[in-house]
Design a protein around this ligand. Structure first.
Ligand code: ASP
Ligand code: MG
Length: 436
């Protein structure tokens, strides 16, 4: 069994949905995980925001606008009247449901239900299209098996058991279609795996069914060695280890959901990144194989805030860092980078939701300075401790860029540098010229 995930642009128009058939209809058993059509989830987010503001007029207008888009899509997608009628009914029922929220109470629970509509619609439309093409397929409701636990982590045991139960209902089934992104939470309510979560759905499902391979199909030919939106002459990386890919996904390469590597890595299932617009391109293969010492790629993560903490009490004291970290833990705020000296520690966060509370608590025992609008530039590869020369080539490349913080040696796969966001482009270009 293979798991194939197609992102929003891969199902973004009627034509793209039609083209998808060629990529999946080879008779081999597979589970196809689909995102919502591109733009839909953003649109649903806007609808939810208007409903929160009780701006029902705006919400209704947005709902109608999206509905009209789908009405156009289905006219183009189907050739036969029965399929078109079925799709019309489907669209109407989903959008009538959304309109109901303009009358009823609206809370975060309803918001999650609103956000789930995109994947429910895209999978149903694609399933009808396969039916029209006389291709047998089964629509597996992700809400019957995808589930998160109390810590908002995938409940792997539950998912494995229930995914298998769902599949077992169709002993002759070969082609299964299911929704990415959506799930139930530990209360059984409709929830999601956070934005971009369809990749995560795919690797979770891949792990649950012990897939032979997981393919993530997007609109770019694999992970690039640098950000192609910012730097010219980037190239796709043909092979990455799970660790390298996880670092890259987390630090900026927008192509993959940051946590989605883990389920594949834990089950040693190779992940292939492929391009729907260019299906024959090699893409990127992510596996347990390491390809030796080298610098593979650079990536950047914006929206970083540095917290610089100083205390004379840190001098020769133990327990100081624990006291600092406990505060971040209490406010569920992950730390990205950290550097220390004898009397100071600097760390970075990207979730600033509780920063005021964190700073207030820190100020009880140290002095605190905050620095905003920063970017982590991260260099990913395999940097074993024995190998010399990496630092020289990196800092030589960056010799004209003021650096705020450096983190080297924390992992064999990542060297991170903190710069002012204004200098991000310069830093990425300089590294591209100096390293590749
Ligand atoms: N549709 C969801 C989003 O736009 C999930 C995904 O596409 O991965 O975030
Ligand atoms: Mg995505």
């Amino acid at each position: 069994m293979k798991v194939l995930k197609f992102g929003g642009t891969s199902v973004g128009t009627a034509k793209r949905m039609q083209a998808l058939v060629d990529l999946i209809n080879d008779g081999n058993p597979k589970i196809v995980v689909l995102s919502a059509m591109s733009g839909t989830t953003n649109h649903l987010v806007e609808i939810a925001a208007s409903l929160f503001e009780h701006n029902n007029e705006k919400a209704t207008a947005l709902i109608n606008q999206l509905e009209n888009k789908y009405k156009e899509v289905i006219k183009e997608l189907y050739k036969t009247v029965p399929c078109l009628n079925k799709a019309e009914e489907l669209i109407k029922s989903h959008f009538d449901y959304l309109r109901m929220f303009t009358i009823d109470l609206f809370t975060v629970n309803e918001e999650r239900t609103v956000l789930a509509q995109g994947e429910l619609i895209s999978t149903a439309l694609f399933h009808y299209y396969l039916e029209e093409q006389n291709i047998d397929s089964v629509l597996l409701p992700a809400l019957n098996f995808m589930r998160t636990d109390q810590n908002e982590e995938p409940d792997m045991k539950y998912i494995e058991m229930n995914c298998r139960t769902e599949l077992a209902k169709y002993p002759n089934g070969k082609l299964f279609i299911t929704q990415g992104y959506i799930c139930r939470n530990s209360f059984g309510e409709i929830d999601n795996l956070k934005r971009g979560g369809s990749d995560y759905s795919a690797t979770i499902i891949g792990a649950a069914v012990k897939a032979r391979e997981i393919e993530i199909w997007t609109d770019i030919d694999g992970m690039h060695n640098n950000d192609p939106r910012i730097v010219e002459n980037t190239h796709p990386i043909s092979e990455l280890s799970f660790d390298e890919a996880a670092e890259l996904a987390y630090f900026g390469a927008k192509i993959l959901h940051p946590t989605c590597i883990l389920p594949a890595q834990m089950n040693n299932i190779p992940v292939r990144l492929l391009n729907t617009m260019q299906p024959s391109a090699k893409g990127t293969l992510i596996s347990s194989k390491t390809t030796g010492d080298s610098i593979k790629a650079v990536a950047a993560k914006d929206g970083i805030t540095a917290i610089n903490i100083k205390s004379a009490r840190m001098l020769l004291a133990y327990g100081f860092l624990r006291a600092v970290f406990e505060i971040f833990e209490r406010y569920k705020t992950p730390i990205d980078m950290i550097t220390t000296s004898e009397v100071a520690v600097s760390l970075t966060i990207d979730n600033t939701k509780n920063i005021d509370l964190i700073v207030n608590e820190l100020k009880e025992f140290c002095s605190v300075e905050i620095d905003t609008d920063l970017t982590i530039v991260c260099i990913v590869g395999s940097f074993t401790a024995e190998k010399q020369g990496y630092a020289v080539s990196i800092f030589e490349a960056l010799k004209n860029i003021p650096i705020r913080m450096i983190s080297y040696g924390g992992s064999e796969n990542n060297i991170s540098i903190l710069v002012d966001t204004k200098l991000k482009k310069d830093a990425l270009v300089a590294l591209n010229n100096g390293l590749f």
